[in-house]
Design a protein around this ligand. Structure first.
Ligand SMILES: Nc1ncnc2c1ncn2[C@@H]1O[C@H](COP(=O)(O)OP(=O)(O)OP(=O)(O)O)[C@@H](O)[C@H]1O
Ligand SMILES: [Mg+2]
Length: 224
């Protein structure tokens, strides 16, 4: 069997709150097979977004080990993590905003350029066209609706063809039609390019399309 692309061992996350330490995640053990799709479900506040942040190195685990593509995220500093993410991961978080002073074309093309890719602007235009924003390339994020901005952010995450895609409720702001289009794109990317997708969702229908689903409750994995 191939090595897992993501491996979490005894991962815990404790944050300090006003009323003392809060245990957000407790002893999470998880291995994600390369090329698979994993759905993360569970009630609000159960730790889904926190777990995804840890997988992406956006939050450091308080204890335990996180290996992504064989690299220990806990041993990297912020700069190393940023480069590692740029080269290997696509992240779609609600807090991962587009850069307001750049057009959406520039938003998508810039990370490609930073990776040293030559046809960054052509690739970016094609990617935005595939999410239905081909006519809006020169628009700034503020000129787009919430759902359009979300699709632009998706295009930005997809354009580099990352090995690993982390998505937190990627259809959260979208209507049914656009939501389905985004999800079809994610799944077809996974099938065509072998992209591993980890997706937080409140939709049972969406979770059912994943190869594997885990449910979190109170910071623990309760059902596989
Ligand atoms: N920075 C923080 N400081 C203190 N508590 C936090 C912080 N971030 C998250 N939490 C708490 O950690 C718990 C898990 O939060 P998380 O955002 O991971 O939940 P979630 O499963 O994604 O929920 P939702 O479905 O509502 O998005 C919650 O109780 C939340 O209040
Ligand atoms: Mg969340």
């Amino acid at each position: 069997m191939s090595d897992p692309i993501l491996s979490l061992k005894e991962v815990s996350l404790t944050l300090k709150g006003n009323a003392g330490a809060i245990k957000i995640l407790r002893d999470v053990n998880l291995e994600v097979t390369a090329g698979s799709t994993l759905g993360l479900i569970g009630p609000s506040g159960s730790g889904k977004s926190s777990l995804l942040m840890i997988m992406g190195g956006l939050e450091q685990a308080s204890s335990g080990q996180v290996l992504a593509l064989g690299h220990s995220l806990g041993d990297m500093n912020e700069d190393e993590l940023a480069i590692f993410r740029r080269d290997n991961m696509g992240v779609i978080f609600q807090s991962f905003h587009l850069i307001p002073t750049m057009t959406i074309l520039e938003n998508v093309a810039t990370p490609l350029e930073l990776r040293g890719e030559k046809d960054a602007f052509e690739r970016a235009a094609a990617e935005l066209t595939s999410v239905g924003l081909g006519e809006r390339l020169d628009h700034y994020p503020s000129q787009l609706s919430g759902g359009e901005q979300q699709r632009a952010a998706l295009a930005r995450a997809l354009a580099p063809r990352p090995k690993l895609m982390l998505a937190d409720e990627p259809t959260g702001n979208l209507d049914q039609e656009n939501g389905n289009a985004v999800i079809d794109l994610l799944f077809s990317l996974s099938q065509k390019n072998g992209t591993t997708v980890v997706m937080v969702t409140h939709s049972n229908e969406l979770a059912a399309r994943c190869d594997r689903v885990i449910r979190l409750q109170d910071g623990q994995v309760i059902v596989e």
